[in-house]
Design a protein around this ligand. Sequence first.
Ligand SMILES: *Cc1c(COP(=O)(O)O)cnc(C)c1O
Length: 371
Amino acid sequence: MLLLIPGPVQTRPELRAVMGQDIAPWDNDFRPVYAGIRDRVRDLAGGSAETHATLPLQGCGHFMVEAAVRTYTAPGARILIPMNGAYATRMQRLVRECGRVPVPLPVPDNRPVTGEEVAAALAADLEIGHVAMVYSETGSGIINDPAEIGAAVRNAGRRMILDAVSAFGALPLDLGAQPEIDVMVFTSGKCFEGMPGIGFAVARIDRTVAAAGNAGSWSFDLSDVYAHALRNSWGSFRFTPAVQALNAFATALDLHAAEGGQKARLARYQENAKLLYDGALSLGLTPYLERKHQGPIIVTIHQPADRAFALQAFVDALKSRGVLISNFYNTEAPTLRIGAIGAVTANDIKFAVEAIGATLDSMGISRREAA
Ligand SMILES: *Cc1c(COP(=O)(O)O)cnc(C)c1O
């Protein structure tokens, strides 16, 4: 089966093979593997040992966003969120349920937020301490630019939390050049093409130390993860992690480096996304985004107007041809969402576009423009 979803993604056989071992997280053979992962992740994010630390938790991206909000802001804090997609909406709920105050900045879900918009919102509300932004909006496929928005945040003397869950590993990020970013979060199962199960934060050490006492949760307190590392070594996890997935992540990092790192991975995903975008047009379908706003992570396509179209039936029929896409959508209008990420290449995408065309034909979908 070819998995074309924005996480968990298609993985390589070498990576899956690493999962076939029983290991203990505290074993002296494994501790250096974990400590090495933390160093490599920090370096890839542009951090240094003096300024930044990798602070993992077991679990998924939502858990990491919650941990970042709880750790780096105090209860009652006002947090500006550019609202241009489903993951921003999720962030708003997480912020509210953590007892912080989300301040939504409305932006349509088919374009990035601009630095001017963020600067104006910050100037209008001096109580806002943090901007929490989604880098790659996995709802629609747009990309918000952390360098542009970070400059606006820095100029306003505020701080930033970055949800880079579907971005980091493929899209560029240099925390060393962006001191306004307290913390960036991502997971093992997206652009690094690892197994799902581990969440990562890369955070400023000074802000992490200063944040002690904010979280109101032992489980989600990243300052406690840091304190634990100082007490028990960088190879020690506080609570039992998905250790096989963590071990496989070391292989995911090896494969990432062997491919040529972030730039090479981005180039492959860009080609995948372009083939999907062009393929949709060639089949008579309408992409959700204008080409200039189309990011390299996920391509969303308007569901066809034809009355014979039904999403679950289409997904099932496409799966019978060997391609699995999401059976839900996260955009304002009904869409098909197709991942461009994972261990997939141009040939896989060409195969998928043909399968989509054959599926539409077999379902008798002739009116393919937007519903
Ligand atoms: C996938 C994703 C998440 C987290 O999703 P989980 O299902 O909790 O792992 C958060 N933000 C973005 C932008 C994502 O793409």
